[in-house]
Design a protein around this ligand. Structure first.
Ligand SMILES: C[S@@+](CC[C@H](N)C(=O)[O-])C[C@H]1O[C@@H](n2cnc3c(N)ncnc32)[C@H](O)[C@@H]1O
Length: 240
């Protein structure tokens, strides 16, 4: 496997970025990252209370969109393997309004997780797909089928390379050069943020995820946000 898809490499990358990730993510996306999280979570049709997992939760950036859908007596399972990112998730959990909810933070690798079979009403993941290669996306499909209940829903969104030529040229220039420059200005370190751009370029968009999920027997649909600068995939798990 290519080094950049190995878990220790990705963990280190997010540990290094954790002190600036949330702010950089917001600024460099001009606030769109927050809108796209919300749009991803609006795909879920849940009754309350629900049990939902936020995979690759990071610092819990999506929790405030998720908790109203889960309900006061619901349960949010937040999974990530970067201790750096999870340190901030633990801090967030202590604050209002999060402290009033049942949130379980799991410091685990998605591919060796302890979530029981058929235990979840829904799964979301915001910006957690780009660091996966084809084989890992197929394994994710297997995990979604395993952990979701019959009729359980999933909705995932990722930053993507837009299909329109001119927009793509500008966007790729921005990912390759401007974001690392901002990383250097704010962090003194352009290389970690350059990696996020490289993962996004290699990822492409959720069409490939759609193909791999369907090949693994997981029917789903895709959608495009802001001319393809982000794409999402969502669906329902049917079990016999
Ligand atoms: C780009 S951040 C997304 C954080 C957050 N969900 C958001 O909306 O900004 C991706 C996160 O996925 C986590 N991650 C990547 N691969 C993982 C894996 N195999 N298991 C658990 N977490 C993983 C990283 O540690 C990182 O915190």
């Amino acid at each position: 496997m290519k080094k950049i898809y190995e878990s220790h490499y990705i963990k280190q990358l997010f540990d290094d970025m954790s002190s600036t990730y949330e702010l950089m993510n917001y600024i460099t996306s001009f606030g769109f990252s927050e809108l796209w999280r919300w749009q991803c979570i609006q795909r879920l049709r849940l009754s309350t209370p629900s049990v939902v997992a936020d995979l690759m939760t990071g610092m819990g950036e999506s929790w405030h969109h998720l908790l109203p859908k889960i309900g006061k007596n619901g349960h949010l399972i937040a999974l990530d393997f970067s201790e750096g990112m999870l340190r901030y998730a633990h801090k967030r959990k202590q604050k209002k309004p999060y402290a009033a909810h049942q949130i379980t933070i799991k410091n685990e690798d998605l591919f060796a997780n302890s979530i029981p079979d058929s235990s979840l009403d829904a799964v979301v993941s915001t910006y957690g797909l780009k660091t996966f290669n084809e084989e890992q996306i197929k394994k994710l499909a297997v995990e979604l089928k395993r952990i979701l209940k019959n009729g359980g829903q999933f909705s995932l969104v990722e930053v993507s390379t837009p299909p329109f030529f001119l927009l793509r040229v500008v966007y790729l220039f921005y990912l390759r050069y401007i974001i690392p420059l901002l990383g250097k200005l704010f962090l003194g370190n352009p290389s970690t943020y350059r990696m996020l751009g490289l993962y996004t370029i290699a990822f492409g968009n959720c069409n490939a995820v759609h193909q791999y999920f369907e090949a693994m027997g997981l029917p789903c649909q895709t959608y495009s946000l802001f001319f393809g600068c982000a794409t999402g995939v969502y669906g329902v798990v049917e079990k016999e």
